[in-house]
Design a protein around this ligand. Structure first.
Ligand code: DQA
Length: 138
């Protein structure tokens, strides 16, 4: 069975409550349960942290044994050389995802330290972005 992990960065624990016009009204756990049922042939883990170093620790921990990482580093996407370097350092392919289309938002969201080291980038499809990323590993 393929082993994939979804890693979510800061403020994504507030999904469902946070700016629903942009991020939707479903909580991530509700969404995750549906995805796990739909892709029951994939072992899907989940990790969320608001702390940059914890995200780096998790990327390092899974990055030599898992088949895929679906990474939404949220605001750290645009600021974190450390997370970008971690993605570069590991062997497991990383698909960068965003719920919103970061290119039709503020200019500071157009920069990503993850993209140059990612296998691919999926953005703007709402929570479906995560599903498309999982499919890319099948
Ligand atoms: C986000 C986009 C980021 O710019 C923002 O900081 C987030 C969420 C997205 O999924 O659309 O927190 O990564």
């Amino acid at each position: 069975m393929k082993k994939v992990i979804i890693i979510n960065g800061p403020n994504l624990n507030l999904l469902g409550k946070r700016e629903p016009a942009i991020y939707g009204s479903l909580t991530f756990n509700e969404f995750l349960e549906k995805v796990k049922q739909k892709y029951s042939k994939v072992d899907i883990d989940y990790f969320q942290s608001n702390i940059e170093g914890e995200l780096i620790d998790k990327i390092q921990e899974v990055g030599f044994s898992y088949d895929g990482i679906v990474l939404n580093a949220a605001a750290y996407t645009h600021t974190s050389i450390g997370i970008g370097d971690a993605v570069k350092a590991i062997e497991t392919p990383v698909v960068e995802v965003h719920i919103s289309n970061t290119f039709n938002r503020e200019e500071f969201r157009h920069q990503s330290y993850i993209s140059p080291n990612a296998k691919g980038v999926i953005l703007g499809f709402g929570l479906q972005s995560y599903e498309l990323a999982i499919q890319s590993f099948l």
